[in-house]
Ligand binder design. Structure first.
Ligand code: ZN
Length: 289
């Protein structure tokens, strides 16, 4: 009966779980949306996942609240990307309970100067494996479920990787002119695209007038038709570039930042990356081969 009522509330369809108790009791706390969405997919309906970073906030300069410390203290698993991406994580870790397992997803990745490690599909598979290792230890009764979800995720990512390679093989332009911060280097490198970011752009949209003028000059000289933008970073700046150059704007999704709406819809890593692919295909004018 409860499941029937839930199915109606808010127009969302909830799939009732028929296996075992709905929630094992494992409490997983994620720093931000990257670990949150991966964790949600790994645990399915078998654990509770919450996120410290509010939707619409960005992770590099977040300040945790006392409530966040309490959430981490009570958590069975606290998962974050890295000390470099989330320097504030060490503050909440001070409050981690004796039984809180702490998982730093980037700890098992090759060393890189790029903090946005999940923009590489090999990395994101490794990150999911690292998390599932910790989840299985924290709750051995659900280990098989986590392993199955991981296998499914890895398959999805592999086929998405092929889709990217295929779709971006034959494009009129290989240059991604991006007004945002440097979140897409790994993605560009993987598919042999050239990224012309408004270098040094920060999340709060602080750009020097000089850099903006240079970018406008560059777009005009190269006759760039589409400029890629970022939801979280200064839409006004992107608008200025569009007005000055006549270029149209297409968003790219960093995933570390999520809109309130996408958070409510629990939009997955795969869905956000697929939006990136669609916009890259459109903006670079790629032909299916
Ligand atoms: Zn970032």
């Amino acid at each position: 009966m409860i499941a029937v009522i839930l199915a109606v509330v808010g127009g969302y369809i909830f799939k009732p779980s028929h296996s075992a108790p709905a929630v094992s009791g494992l409490q997983v706390v994620a720093s931000g949306y990257v670990p949150y969405t991966i964790a949600k997919q790994m645990v399915g309906e078998h654990a509770q996942v919450s996120m410290l970073l509010p939707p619409n906030a960005e992770p590099h300069a977040f300040e945790p609240t006392p409530g966040d410390m309490v959430a981490v203290h009570k958590a069975d698993v606290f998962v974050y990307v890295s000390d470099d991406l989330e320097p504030w994580a060490k503050d909440v870790l001070g409050g981690a309970g004796a039984n809180t397992r702490v998982v730093q997803l980037a700890s098992t990745l090759p060393k890189s100067n790029d903090l946005h490690v999940w923009m590489d599909f090999d990395n994101v598979r490794t990150m999911a494996r690292t998390l599932v290792g910790a989840l299985a230890q924290a709750d051995p009764s659900q280990a098989q479920v986590y392993q199955d979800n991981l296998a499914h995720f890895e398959e999805e990512i592999s086929s998405l990787d092929n889709e990217f390679a295929h779709a971006l093989a034959n494009c009129q332009s290989r240059e991604v002119v991006h007004v945002g911060h440097l979140a897409f280097s790994a993605l560009a490198k993987r598919y042999n695209l050239k990224l012309s970011a408004l270098a040094g752009a920060s999340h709060d949209g602080e750009h020097s007038a000089r850099k903006l003028a240079d970018l406008v000059k560059y777009i005009r000289a190269r006759n760039v038709k589409v400029v890629f933008t970022e939801e979280a970073v200064s839409p006004r700046l992107a608008q200025t570039v569009a007005v000055e150059t006549g270029a149209s704007l297409l968003p790219l999704y960093t995933i570390e930042h999520v809109s309130k709406d996408d958070f409510k819809k629990a939009v997955s890593y795969k869905e956000l990356m697929r939006r990136n692919l669609e916009n890259l295909k459109q903006g670079l004018v790629c032909q299916a081969s």
